[in-house]
Design a protein around this ligand. Structure first.
Ligand code: B1M
Length: 208
C-alpha cells in the first residue's frame, strides 16, 4: 500500500501519530508536499465528510479525524509554505450575535480546513460588523454564519445585509439546526448547507 493511502487510512481512523509518521516518510521519499496534501490528508478527510453526510460516521469520528489531519498538517505546513502552495481561499466563520453554540460551527471549520481553506474563526456571539471587518482584513472569499436557536437565526439577516452593504465581495453561507434553504432564500444568503461536510462542498462551489 502506498504511503499516501496509508496517510488517508490512518487519518480516517484518527491515528494522529501514524499520520505524522507517514507524512514524514512521504516527504523523506521525495513526494511533493501538495501531492501529500491532496492525495493523502484531503483525500482521507473527504471520505470522512462523505461518510458523515450518509450517517455512516458521527461527530466523534469526525473530530478525531480532524485532529489527525491537524497533526499531519503540522509536519506538512512548513513544506507547503516553502514550495509556495497556497490555500484555496480564506473562509471566516462565526456564530451569530446572541448565540453561544459552537460545536457545529467548529466542525464546519474543520471540514473547511480539510477542503483546503484557511479558516479564520471569529467565535460565538458575533456582531455583524465583526464578520464584515474580519472578512475584509483577511480578503475572505467565503463568510460562514452559524446559528442554533430560532431566536438568534434572525440575526443572520443582519450579517448578510452588512456584507452586502460593505465593499467586501465574499460569498455568504449559512447553517445550523433551525436553518433551512427557504430561510437562506428569504434573507438572500449565497448558500445554505445542512451539515459540515456539505458546507465544505458548498464553500468550494461558491469559489467558482
Ligand atoms: Co442549547 N439549545 N441552549 N446549548 N443546545 C439547543 C440548540 C436546543 C435545540 C435544545 C432543545 O431545546 N432541544 C434549543 C434550541 C431551541 C430552539 O431555538 N428551537 C437550545 C436552547 C433553548 C438553549 C438555551 C436557550 C438553553 C437555556 O439557557 N435555557 C441556551 C442558549 C444559550 C445561547 O446560545 N445564548 C443553550 C445553551 C447551550 C449550551 C451552552 C449548554 C450548549 C452549547 C455548548 C457549545 O456549543 N459549546 C448547548 C447544546 C450543546 C445544545 C444541544 C444539546 C446540542 C447542540 C450541538 O452542539 N449539536 C442542542 C440540542 C440538539 O441539537 N440536539 C441545543 C451537535 C452539532 C454537531 O450539531 O450544532 O446542529 P449542530 O451543527 C451541525 C449542523 O447544524 C450544521 O453542521 C453541523 C455538523 O453537521 N451547521 C452548519 C452548524 N453550523 C453551520 C454553519 C454552516 C453550515 C452548516 O455554514 C456556515
Amino acid at each position: 500500500m502506498s504511503e499516501l493511502q496509508d496517510i488517508a487510512d490512518c487519518l480516517m481512523k484518527g491515528k494522529a501519530n501514524d499520520v505524522k509518521e507517514h507524512v514524514q516518510k512521504a516527504l523523506d521519499a521525495g513526494t511533493a508536499p501538495d501531492k501529500i496534501l491532496n492525495e493523502g490528508l484531503l483525500a482521507g478527510m473527504s471520505i470522512i465528510g462523505e461518510r458523515f453526510k450518509k450517517n455512516e460516521v458521527y461527530v466523534p469520528e469526525v473530530l478525531i479525524a480532524a485532529r489527525a489531519m491537524k497533526a499531519g498538517m503540522e509536519i506538512l505546513q512548513p513544506e507547503l509554505a516553502a514550495s509556495g502552495v497556497e490555500p484555496i481561499g480564506t473562509a471566516v466563520i462565526g456564530t451569530v450575535k446572541g448565540d453561544l453554540h459552537d460545536i457545529g460551527k467548529n466542525l464546519v471549520g474543520m471540514m473547511l480546513e480539510g477542503a483546503g481553506f484557511k479558516v479564520v474563526d471569529i467565535g460565538i456571539d458575533c456582531e455583524p460588523e465583526k464578520f464584515v471587518q474580519t472578512a475584509k482584513e483577511n480578503k475572505a472569499k467565503v463568510v460562514g454564519i452559524s446559528a442554533l436557536l430560532t431566536t438568534t437565526m434572525t440575526n443572520m439577516k443582519a450579517v448578510v445585509e452588512a456584507m452586502k452593504a460593505s465593499d467586501c465581495n465574499a460569498k455568504t453561507m449559512i447553517g445550523g439546526a433551525p436553518v433551512t434553504q427557504a430561510y437562506c432564500d428569504e434573507i438572500g444568503a449565497d448558500g445554505y448547507a445542512p451539515d459540515a461536510a456539505s458546507a465544505a462542498d458548498l464553500a468550494k462551489s461558491l469559489l467558482a
